[in-house]
Design a protein around this ligand. Structure first.
Ligand code: PRP
Length: 181
């Protein structure tokens, strides 16, 4: 039986894992000798987080944070609510936020400031996907898996109406099947 592919594939599981390995090695070098707190953002970053942390060879603690933008449709509004916070004290710690996608940048812009209020040593971002053409605030990730065009992307953690997060690849849906915002 052949499994049906949902959408058009952009990146296969092998390609994503290979990129996670490259970035994991880079992060290991960059933080050599330092402790690192790695915070995955729920829910979208879960798969990417798993791939990444297997390739980070440092003294680490991991946790998850859940922050979502209010709003309907497919666009952030800039008003962000944190519904699951970090369990650790971040004072004087290196923090790496692991995200699935940066679109407008509103969510991470808020989250970065929110975490900086705890006076960590550093806060950096590792995102699986970056969609710079949609950016509404000045925000750059230090570690980027892949830069993507303005497409409706699903799979590998990313959803459409909460579906398709489990797809073992990154694909995109044609505009004709995605409702207007
Ligand atoms: C998605 C994604 C980012 C955010 C990016 O989260 O995980 O956090 O949107 O958009 P922005 O750059 O325009 O703010 P979402 O709120 O859909 O939650 P999810 O991870 O549970 O899907």
């Amino acid at each position: 039986m052949t499994e049906e592919t949902i959408g058009k594939i952009l990146y296969t599981e092998d390609e994503i894992r290979a990129r996670a390995a490259e970035l994991g090695k880079q992060i290991t070098q960059d933080y050599k000798g330092e402790e690192l707190i790695i915070l995955g953002t729920l829910k979208g970053a879960v798969m990417w987080m798993c791939d990444l942390i297997k390739n980070i060879n440092l003294d680490t603690k991991i946790d998850f944070i859940s922050a979502s933008s209010y709003g309907s449709g497919t666009t952030s509004t800039g008003i962000v609510k944190v519904s699951k916070d970090v369990d650790f004290d971040l004072y004087k710690k290196n923090v790496l936020i692991v995200e699935d996608i940066i679109d407008t940048g509103f969510t991470l812009n808020y989250l970065k400031k929110y975490l900086q209020d705890r006076r960590p040593k550093s806060v950096k971002i590792c995102t699986m996907l970056d969609k710079p053409s949609r950016r509404r605030v000045d925000l750059t990730a230090e570690y980027i898996g892949f830069v993507v065009d303005d497409l409706f992307i699903i799979g590998y953690g990313l959803d459409f109406d909460q579906k398709y997060r489990n797809l073992p690849y990154i694909s995109y849906l044609e505009p004709s099947v995605v409702p207007e915002e």
